[in-house]
Design a protein around this ligand. Structure first.
Ligand code: 5GP
Length: 190
C-alpha cells in the first residue's frame, strides 16, 4: 500500500462561513513537543494527572500526552459549551465530573483555548477544592485580547497567543463541525 499525503487546504468552508489556514499541523506539532518536554522536566517523579476539558481539548491532549515521557495519568471533565454560537455565553456549568481522586495529586488542566478565561477560572477553582498538591494550566491557544484581566488567570503552558477571532480545527468546532481538521483555521472576515 502506498502512502499519500493530503494537500493542506488554505481555506475551508464550515457551516457556510469561510476560514483560512492559521496554524499548520507541523507548527502545532513542534509547539506541542516543546510543551511536553517542559512538563517532563518540571514534573519528573510527580506523576501528574492531565485533566482534559471535553470536547475541544481531546486532540491537543492526545498529542501532548504522547509528547510526555515521564509517568502521567489522564482524566476528563466536560463543561457546557458555546452551542452553535461563535461568542462566549459567559456562563459555565460542569456536565461531566472527574472520576479520579485528585487529593494530593499534581493536576495539569488541559484546554483547547482560553477566550474570556471564565471556563479556565471555573475549572481551576473546582480543582482547588479537591485538595490537590498543585494545579497548573495548559492551553493550546490563548486569545489574550479577549481574556478578562480581572480574573487574574495563571496560564502556565500556552501553545500560541492568537488574534481575537473565531478559530476551528484540531479539536475545535463550529456547531460540532470542523474538529477533524488537522490544522487551525481562523474566520476569514473579508
Ligand atoms: P472562555 O470561557 O475562555 O470564554 O471560553 C473557553 C471555551 O470556549 C473553549 O474551551 C472553547 O470551547 C470555546 N471557544 C472560545 N473561543 C473559541 C474559538 O475561537 N473557537 C472555538 N471553536 N471555540 C472557542
Amino acid at each position: 500500500m502506498s502512502a499519500s499525503i493530503a494537500p493542506v487546504a488554505e481555506t475551508v468552508t464550515c457551516r457556510g462561513e469561510r476560514f483560512r489556514l492559521y496554524l499548520d499541523a507541523d507548527t502545532i506539532a513542534a509547539r506541542v513537543q516543546a510543551i511536553g518536554r517542559a512538563i517532563d522536566a518540571e514534573y519528573d517523579g510527580k506523576r501528574p494527572i492531565l485533566i482534559g476539558v471535553l470536547n475541544g481539548a481531546f486532540m491537543f491532549l492526545s498529542d501532548l500526552m504522547r509528547a510526555i515521557s515521564i509517568d502521567c495519568e489522564v482524566d476528563f471533565l466536560k463543561l457546557s459549551s458555546y452551542g452553535a454560537e461563535k461568542v462566549s455565553s459567559g456562563t459555565v456549568t460542569e456536565l461531566k465530573k472527574i472520576d479520579a481522586d485528585l487529593g494530593g495529586r499534581h493536576i495539569i488542566v488541559v484546554e483547547d483555548i482560553v477566550d474570556t478565561g471564565l471556563s479556565m477560572q471555573f475549572i481551576t477553582e473546582l480543582m482547588a477544592e479537591l485538595n490537590p498538591a498543585s494545579v497548573r494550566t495548559a492551553t493550546l491557544l490563548h486569545k489574550k485580547a479577549a481574556t478578562r484581566p480581572d480574573l487574574n488567570l495563571q496560564l502556565d503552558y500556552v501553545g500560541f497567543e492568537i488574534d481575537n477571532l473565531f478559530v476551528i480545527g484540531y479539536g475545535l468546532d463550529y456547531g460540532q463541525l470542523g474538529r477533524n481538521l488537522p490544522a487551525i483555521y481562523i474566520l476569514d472576515e473579508d
